[in-house]
Design a protein around this ligand. Structure first.
Ligand code: SF4
Length: 153
């Protein structure tokens, strides 16, 4: 179970990660990141489970164990902080959400399902290194059919 559920607090999730959770198949930046992301994604794909999310355009729960986390910013490469914030805001705008606000998981999943089509990721995720693998578009496609990607061990 994820830390946020054990601690009884909202999950903090940055805007673009509202899409990433549907494309996650077990790849990631480090073993600790993969373990943390896996728990969060399993929560998203469990239709019997609902919880509260604070949507951010800032470091979130997944960033806390990411090897690219710097002093309050993403330091994956030069310019990555501005890049990820641009992605966050694009997704937040597309889903008509507000940064800093609380939402139920079921609501944000429904918004992604209704408002995002796979090819939207070409713009919403522009510049993301994972886009070329196609799994994120596949995840959105499956979500719209009421299915989820399988996480590979
Ligand atoms: S392409 Fe990148 S930003 Fe978009 S859903 Fe996939 S991992 Fe997330």
């Amino acid at each position: 179970m994820s830390d946020f559920l054990l601690e009884g607090r909202p999950l903090e999730l940055r805007g673009h990660h509202l899409l990433c959770v549907h494309g996650f198949r077990g790849m990631g930046y480090s073993p600790a990141f993969i373990t943390s992301m896996r728990k969060i994604v399993e929560g998203f794909r469990d239709d019997t489970l609902d919880f509260t999310i604070r949507v951010l355009n800032d470091l979130d729960d997944t960033c806390q164990v990411c090897p690219h986390k710097g002093q309050g910013i993403c330091e994956a490469s030069e310019g990555s902080e501005i890049h990820v914030q641009t992605l966050d805001q694009a997704v937040i705008n597309h889903l008509q959400l507000k940064s800093g606000q609380l939402y139920r998981k079921s609501e944000v999943v429904e918004r992604v399902k209704k408002r995002v089509v796979p090819d939207d990721l070409d713009q919403l995720c522009k510049g993301c290194s994972w886009l070329r693998y196609g799994v994120c578009k596949e995840g959105i496609d499956l979500l719209k059919k009421g299915e989820y990607l399988t996480i590979q061990d």
